[in-house]
Write a protein that binds this ligand. Sequence first.
Ligand SMILES: Nc1nc2c(ncn2[C@@H]2O[C@H](COP(=O)(O)OP(=O)(O)OP(=O)(O)O)[C@@H](O)[C@H]2O)c(=O)[nH]1
Ligand SMILES: [Mg+2]
Length: 315
Amino acid sequence: MTRPTLSERVLAGDARAIARAISLIEDEAPSGAELIRRIFGRTGQAYLMGVTGPPGAGKSTLVDRMTTEIRKTGQTVGVVAVDPTSPYTGGAILGDRVRMQAHTGDDGVFIRSMATRGHLGGLARATGEVASVLDASGKDIVIIETVGVGQDEVDIVRTADVSIVTLVPGAGDEVQALKAGIMEIADIFVVNKADREGADRTVSSIEAMLSLHTFAEGDWRPPIMKTEATSGRGVPELLETIERFKQHTAPTQGSRRRARAEWRLRELLGHRFLRHVEESILKAGEFEAILERIASRELDPYSAVDGIFQRSVRA
Ligand SMILES: Nc1nc2c(ncn2[C@@H]2O[C@H](COP(=O)(O)OP(=O)(O)OP(=O)(O)O)[C@@H](O)[C@H]2O)c(=O)[nH]1
Ligand SMILES: [Mg+2]
């Protein structure tokens, strides 16, 4: 008998194989792409939940509580926490960030942190692939935690079936800053740390922001939930709301998933093309030389791209 391959072990839900597969994706190893190819047909079963919000909002604590709550129903859970390793954000500053450890020993739960470093703009793609691995491994629910509200997070959360934006009391300014990107992706707002002063004010400012938006008849209007992740208060209600959202969007899930497939295809194609140009079209150091010429205004970027494009279609 031959030994089962990595993809077979992933499909069988083997935790060590899942961990190995995720490492391959993180390292952008060619075998990672091969793995995705092999498991892809078995993805699309899990329900993907994206949880985003500013650093320290309590996202990990919340995800941990959600996991506990979901496990009570017998469903299995995979969690990917996208962890900023930049010295400017996240962990280094927030000494008290929560590591999800409550579920060790439960093989119905798989939790993994992923570094944001080194993905060169492909972070959302890498996260999507990790979610695919967890999905293919048979997890019923996959939760993706990301910090912040930048383009990367918007892209990551866009790959989810439901997007949950977490804020905290006193986040009035953040609500303002969030408007643009987050507004279009938030399916549910959560005001966590509701035990703190000012939770209702934050709810009101999100309300005010939502009221600027016109919702058509039958549109989903993002509800604003209050939670206290440390005690678990509000978490069952949050899960009920997610379930309601799931029911509401069931008729359009096909088109949501198609939009996601389109985004993924475009992303991958762009990435592949850029890599082809950098590795096979341009000579060593040429990219930097072109950059220099653009910076010194000797060359304009459009002509630079035209030149590279011509060479690459001929190649
Ligand atoms: N008072 C209060 N504290 C909370 C609540 N939820 C989380 N915290 C605390 O907030 C701190 C940060 O929690 P995390 O869960 O690590 O927050 P996070 O958003 O995942 O943080 P990053 O991943 O670093 O962005 C921890 O000390 C938590 O115990 C809450 O509902 N109330
Ligand atoms: Mg966290």
